[in-house]
Design a protein around this ligand. Structure first.
Ligand SMILES: [Zn+2]
Ligand SMILES: [Zn+2]
Length: 293
């Protein structure tokens, strides 16, 4: 009976963990305080994942420290700061005020139901995010930056924000300007960016969830673990940020059902310290020569 309850919980957990924070964002938008409610939802989800990773981990050994907590945290804060700065600059340049303004763009179907507009935003942005991510893996110059994210050897919610800031800038460049040009309304953009943040946390969590058919639609933890495989032929798949639509279309969906993922990480050398990780992509050959010394 206990096992059955655990099994049911494993199947319903991912939709609940995504649905509750989205409902909080909805409440925030309705009450005119979206930022406050988003922050509560984000921190609440992070705290919940921290507890669940200890109660029902996917891998027991991933609960142990890998000594990367400070770099994970520092990259997250640096990225958040840069995104805030970019939003501030867009705000003072007047671009954000034009969002949702019907005159700003005649392309956006603002007559559609809100949920349909959010889905449309996710699909459109996913196209850019997919190709940005695929390039980050296949163009060696961009891989230098993206390898910071992949250099961890375990997954847990805390390494969600572990991206080199140049890598983050690249992903934003491939997705956000197009949404601005299309005149995506402000509320729709808030839902899109919130859902992206929540799915990101969930994607990296070390919780034994079974996402069933959702594994073929969304970037779930079950699917994303394969993207972190140390084997390049396995890792160079599942590039979707939120949705796996373009992995399906372009043939990069990878999800073996008969085994678990092996070692995670990268074949290259990555410094353990935050500042070393920031500098490594800029002096790549020098950094690689240090390996084994
Ligand atoms: Zn990647
Ligand atoms: Zn990842």
């Amino acid at each position: 009976m206990k096992n059955l309850a655990k099994e049911i919980l494993a199947y319903i957990l991912w939709p609940i963990l995504l649905g509750v924070p989205i409902f909080l964002v909805y409440t925030g938008i309705e009450s005119g305080r979206p930022t406050l409610y988003f922050n509560i939802a984000y921190l609440g989800l992070a705290a919940t994942l921290f507890v669940l990773e200890r109660l029902m981990p996917y891998r027991e050994d991933w609960v142990k420290s890998d000594g990367q907590e400070f770099p994970d945290f520092a990259h997250t804060i640096l990225n958040k700061g840069l995104i805030q700065l970019a939003l501030f600059l867009l705000l003072i340049s007047g671009i954000i005020q034009t969002m949702g303004n019907k005159d700003a763009s005649s392309y956006w179907p603002s007559g559609l139901p809100l949920a349909a507009q959010v889905v449309l935003t996710m699909v459109i942005s996913e196209f850019g995010l997919y190709w940005a991510h695929r390039l980050e893996h296949t163009w060696s110059f961009l891989w230098r930056f993206h390898s910071v994210h992949h250099s961890v050897e375990k997954l847990w919610f805390f390494n969600t924000g572990r991206f080199h800031f140049v890598d983050t800038f690249n992903s934003l460049l491939f997705s956000i300007p197009l949404l601005f040009l299309l005149g995506v309304p402000g509320d729709v953009f808030i839902y899109f960016s919130s859902i992206t943040a929540f799915i990101g946390l969930l994607t990296h969590c070390n919780i034994d969830v079974h996402c069933g058919v959702l594994n073929y639609i969304f970037n779930t933890p079950n699917v994303h673990r394969w993207h972190h495989s140390k084997k390049v032929e396995e890792g160079n798949n599942n590039y979707g940020e939120n949705l796996l639509l373009f992995d399906m279309i372009f043939g990069t969906f990878y999800f073996p059902r008969d085994r678990h993922v092996g070692p995670l990480g990268i074949k290259e050398y990555m410094p353990k310290a935050f500042l070393g990780q920031l500098a490594a992509p800029f002096r790549w050959n020098k950094t690689q020569n240090k390996q084994g010394q």
